[in-house]
Design a protein around this ligand. Structure first.
Ligand SMILES: NC(=O)C1=CN([C@@H]2O[C@H](COP(=O)(O)OP(=O)(O)OC[C@H]3O[C@@H](n4cnc5c(N)ncnc54)[C@H](O)[C@@H]3O)[C@@H](O)[C@H]2O)[C@@H](O)CC1
Ligand SMILES: [K+]
Length: 217
């Protein structure tokens, strides 16, 4: 029988399989993730919106940095909260590109849309102090809050112990942990470009990405 959502472990396995079997680079999928995230953010924004994207040193941060670059390219005011030094090759390259495109380093005085690309599925709890401090600022602000993939600081039971997301844009497939989120949190799913055969192999129904690449759950 087909399953309707995946555990984070099963999703990592599916992702790994797609990368290996179809020679899909992480960078390619990160571009897809970042573009859909930028589209979701742009829907909430207007010309004068101040956008802050929180970034950690991993591929979740890398996706956020792609979104930052795309939004900056469209003319939005984009700021980067770099909580930790960005040292890994791919996120570092994405950071350099985002800065070249006009994204600015630092948390501005006021933010209208705050994006959590701090940490994704490799996060471990408890969070380090630097993350806790940034997340507290985000939660205390009046900004609309959007998480990439899974909210940073989510408990195994779907409790938002960290970033209090209003929206979550998860990647490629529904995740079981997100079913436990409070009802008021809107969840979207974005196409990473993983083929149908991978979904079939993992016994999960492929979302209707043929029609839309960004789907509200
Ligand atoms: N195919 C893929 O794997 C893709 C993954 N993407 C994104 O990549 C994410 C996973 O990326 P990564 O595995 O690089 O990891 P994350 O970006 O989730 O985390 C980065 C690193 O942070 C560190 N960390 C974990 N817990 C911490 C804590 N409590 N305090 C401080 N540092 C901590 C770990 O060293 C971890 O490797 C996904 O959630 C998704 O958003 C997308 O960018 C596109 C493609
Ligand atoms: K996140």
């Amino acid at each position: 029988m087909q399953v309707t959502s995946l555990s984070l472990e099963a999703f990592k396995e599916m992702d790994y399989w797609a990368v290996e079997k179809y020679n899909l680079s992480i960078e390619l999928m990160m571009e897809n993730a970042g573009l859909q995230l930028a589209r979701l953010i742009a829907k909430k924004a207007n010309e004068s919106s101040v956008i802050t994207i929180g970034v950690g040193n991993g591929n979740n941060g890398g996706g956020g940095l792609v979104a930052a670059r795309r939004l900056a390219a469209w003319g939005f005011n984009v700021n980067l909260d770099l909580v930790v030094p960005i040292t890994k090759d791919l996120p570092k390259a994405q950071l350099e590109r985002a800065l070249l495109f006009g994204a600015k380093e630092g948390i501005p005085e006021t933010t209208d849309i705050w994006v959590d690309a701090y940490l994704g599925f490799s996060q471990r709890l408890p969070l380090s102090d630097a993350f806790v401090k940034s997340i507290a600022l985000a939660n205390a602000s009046s900004a609309f809050r959007i998480s990439l993939d899974i909210p940073v600081g989510i408990s195994k039971d779907g409790e938002l112990l960290g970033f209090k997301a209003n929206q979550v844009m998860t990647l490629a497939a529904p995740k079981t942990i997100l079913e436990k989120l409070p009802n008021e949190v809107e969840v979207f799913m974005a196409d990473l470009g993983i083929p149908k055969s991978v979904y079939e192999h993992f016994n999960i129904k492929m979302p209707n990405f043929k029609e839309h690449q960004l789907i509200a759950l």
